[in-house]
Design a protein around this ligand. Structure first.
Ligand code: PEP
Ligand code: MN
Length: 335
């Protein structure tokens, strides 16, 4: 339920109303100087006139979605997240590129250099890489995060890296701008709650068997725990198709646009699992209205220690960037 206060109500009136509602057993979120959302404790039998009778309440609107703070009902304009001067979710294209795993300083520096040259905004790289086999490369850990931070600073790119469990949050938050939550952890609710306590924006990837509502409820966990800066990412789902690693569900882009104000990215690398399909699906993602893409690149893609088959080289990446900029420009003109 959304409570709209009268135009004349003051900050003190709002604090009084919040206190009163809390005393009535509701969890209240302040949306702006005149709007409150009741996110928890709403009994369907509670009547709207119970609230309209309270001081300074102008009107009461229903909040019908299960996700509340992530919904368009509480915020109609798109959320723009600004990270070190770069904006995601606005009118500009946002591209994050980098290897699946951080392997060495040289590898990250080379990726950062090309990413900044071609106009990308972000640098990605995994430092914690639990693998199917315990004997495979597990990632460089903290040393890798330092490498990522240094390259991000040197080339003015925001940095993105995945955290796998709550114990890694503090250390990753120290070095990187955006914490990524992988598809396998999208419904790790205790981890999501912990992410509500940090300042870093969260890149939340869709689980491979998660509905849009599931994804938005996971975002809701983070937002309701105190961190409003969530970026959603479609990265492909499991279907009966075996030709591709996953099926990139581009329906997600316009559907999520309809449902939420949060920024939307697409990951065509994991979404296809195939190098040759990355650029076409990145182009399609931007054409569908995504705010940007996150792609895996490597100086020598065949030698990448993880996800080599879906990693693109620098030349293909530069070409893809030129194409994405053109498509994005057209979209800006027509939408
Ligand atoms: C990744 O980005 O490298 C990754 C593991 O992604 P996902 O969680 O989408 O599989
Ligand atoms: Mn990967």
């Amino acid at each position: 339920m959304i409570i709209e206060m009268t135009p004349m109500s003051s900050e003190i009136d709002q604090s009084d109303l919040i206190r009163r509602l809390q005393e009535m057993g509701f969890q209240v979120a302040r949306l702006d100087s005149r709007k409150l959302a009741l996110v928890k404790g709403i009994d369907p039998l509670v009547r709207a006139d119970l609230f309209t009778a309270l001081p300074h309440v102008q009107r009461v609107l229903p909040l019908k979605e299960k996700f509340k703070l992530a919904s368009k009902a509480v915020r109609n304009e798109p959320t723009v997240i600004e990270i070190r001067g770069k904006k995601i979710g606005g009118r500009e294209l946002f591209v994050i590129a980098g290897p699946c795993s951080i392997e060495s300083k040289e590898q990250i520096e080379e990726c950062a250099k090309i990413a900044s040259e071609v106009g990308a905004q972000g640098l990605r790289g995994g430092a914690f890489k639990p693998r199917t086999s315990p004997y495979e490369f597990q990632g460089m850990g903290e040393e890798g995060l330092k490498i990522l931070r240094d390259a991000g600073q040197k080339y003015d790119l925001i940095t993105v890296s995945e955290v796998m469990d709550a114990s890694q949050i503090e250390i990753a938050a120290k070095y990187v701008d955006v914490l990524q939550i992988g598809a396998r952890n999208m419904q790790n609710f205790s981890l999501l709650k912990e992410l509500g306590k940090v300042q870093n924006p969260i890149l939340l990837k869709r689980g491979f068997a998660a509905t849009y509502q599931d994804l938005l409820l996971s975002a809701e966990y983070i937002i309701s725990a105190g961190n409003p800066n969530v970026i959603l990412c479609e990265r492909g789902i499991r279907t009966f198709e075996t030709y591709t690693r996953n099926t990139l569900d581009l329906n997600a882009v316009p559907a999520l646009r309809e449902l939420t104000h949060l920024p939307i990215l697409v990951d065509p690398s994991h979404g296809t699992g195939q190098r040759a399909m990355v650029a076409p699906m990145a182009r399609a993602s931007i054409a569908a209205g995504a705010d940007g893409v996150i792609v895996e690149i490597h100086p020598e893609p065949d030698k990448a220690l993880t996800d080599a088959q879906q990693t693109i080289g620098f030349e293909s990446f530069a070409k893809m960037m030129r194409e994405l900029k053109m498509i994005h420009q057209v979209l800006k003109e027509i939408c």
